[in-house]
Design a protein around this ligand. Structure first.
Ligand SMILES: Cc1cc2nc3c(=O)[nH]c(=O)nc-3n(C[C@H](O)[C@H](O)[C@H](O)COP(=O)(O)OP(=O)(O)OC[C@H]3O[C@@H](n4cnc5c(N)ncnc54)[C@H](O)[C@@H]3O)c2cc1C
Length: 403
């Protein structure tokens, strides 16, 4: 079995299949990124390497194979994947788990002037930009205001804005109070409320908690353009923004259509068995898969969907090998959560929703549980304990390509 993409879905499938056959994982990175904690890297709460886990480490436990590279062509007839290294890898079954990429929804200026949130390098760049502008403010010591804007009021935007506010109010205020008091954080959302997948009550609570931390929350505020150090809103108003983070959404990896896989609204078109339409022995899972629920809507692009689909496809492949009929994929939604800051989070499990410290501890526990590797779990626990007890953030370094 060849698996394209060693993220949440790809590795879940690999683990489940490894006892039954030869599994090769292909990824352009030699590590898996734990995307849910990326915002903590950008806000100096975690060191970058705590959210990256070597794929070879993950697959060595079950003697899987790994190739670092990117697929450039699939020979469907002869069942061979060709990589950018020119290597040709034959397969009996192919699992496409290439994830997603930033979606700018055609908004001009996003790729030039906004910072994305899809990789460790991007997270490190955001941290460096915030800290660099902070150092500028320390030098000015006048009334210059420095605006940071996060665009997108989903879980990523909310978590990012909350963590930035805590960074500014705590560690940066201790470093240089005057500069920290001149930083403003905006969270800009096009829709009528934050966290639209949560209940109205939890959305309202999230907005209130963020405002308590000093974040200016703008809802019903679509952005029409991002420019150098400013944002243009659809109503024509321009707001200054020295650092703009784009957390407004993702779209399925465009690699799938380059490989001539059938797509539907950008995602790989699949049967309800997760087999790719009109392709033999090929499956698509996770963010790049166009699987739909009973109401005909795409499954959300979240880690539990990718992991459940990864494990499910492993079983489907075994069913096919044994000439057993394939099953229909059904997602078991165990709920959603987002953290806002210390003792502030929201959890929604079906109709049950809760917030505050219990939600925050649920969030901490589950993220530690799902983080890959003992080393990453231990080092994250140490960083979090340090941050919790000292109100400090030890990772506020400027370490990017400019420094
Ligand atoms: C900032 C952020 C925060 C998030 N927070 C949460 C959260 O709190 N909870 C939650 O449930 N979900 C969250 N998500 C969504 C979740 O991370 C994704 O749904 C999940 O990662 C999807 O798994 P996947 O296996 O489909 O893709 P991924 O885990 O993204 O894996 C895709 C893999 O494919 C590789 N790849 C991509 N293109 C190529 C190529 N051309 N060649 C070779 N390899 C390639 C990538 O390197 C990657 O390793 C978040 C996403 C982001 C961006």
């Amino acid at each position: 079995v060849v698996i394209l993409g060693g993220g949440f879905g790809g590795l879940a499938a690999a683990k489940k299949l490894a006892r039954h056959g030869e599994v090769t994982v292909i990824d352009k990175h030699n590590f898996q990124t734990f995307l849910p904690l990326l915002y903590q890297v950008s806000t100096a709460g975690l060191a970058a390497d705590h959210v990256a886990y070597p794929i070879r480490g993950a697959i060595s436990k079950f003697q899987g194979k790994f190739r670092m590279g990117s697929p450039i062509e699939i020979d469907y007839k002869n069942q061979i994947v060709k990589l950018d290294s020119s290597e040709r890898i034959p397969y009996d079954y192919l699992v496409v788990a290439l994830g997603s990429e930033t979606n700018d929804f055609g908004t001009p200026g996003v790729s030039e002037f906004a910072l994305g949130m899809k990789s460790v390098m991007e997270a490190v760049n955001i941290r460096a930009e915030i800290m660099r502008r902070f150092e500028d403010l320390c030098r000015f010591e006048d009334e210059t205001i420095f605006n940071i804007s996060v665009i997108g009021g989903g879980p990523t935007g909310v978590e990012m804005a909350g963590a930035m506010a805590e960074l500014v109010r705590g560690p940066l205020a201790n470093d240089h109070a005057h500069a920290a008091h001149h930083i403003r954080i905006n969270l800009i959302e096009a829709g009528p409320r934050l966290l639209p997948m949560f209940s109205n009550r939890l959305s309202a609570r999230t907005k209130k908690d963020l405002e308590k931390l000093g974040v200016k929350v703008l809802v019903n505020t679509p952005v029409s353009k991002v420019e150098w150090r400013s944002i243009e809103l659809r109503n024509g108003e321009k707001i200054p923004s020295e650092v703009t983070v784009w957390a407004a959404g993702v779209k399925a990896s465009t690699k799938a259509s380059d490989l001539y896989l059938p797509t539907i609204q950008g995602r790989v078109e699949v049967e309800n068995t997760l087999e790719v339409k009109n392709k033999n022995n090929i499956w698509a899972i996770g963010d790049c898969s166009g699987a739909k629920n009973n109401q005909g809507r795409f499954y959300p692009m979240v880690a539990p969907v990718a992991m459940q689909q990864g494990r499910f496809v492993a079983k489907q492949i075994l069913r096919k090998e044994d000439n057993h009929p394939l099953k229909e994929f059904k997602y078991k939604d165990k709920g959603s959560m987002a953290t806002i800051g210390r003792h502030k989070a929201v959890v929604q499990i079906n109709k049950i929703g809760y917030s505050g410290a219990p939600a925050w501890f649920t969030w901490l526990f589950l993220h530690l549980f799902y983080l890959s590797g003992i080393r990453n779990r231990l080092s994250t626990m140490i960083d979090w304990t340090f941050n919790y007890l000292t109100f400090d953030r030890g990772n506020r370094h400027i370490m990017d390509e400019h420094n």
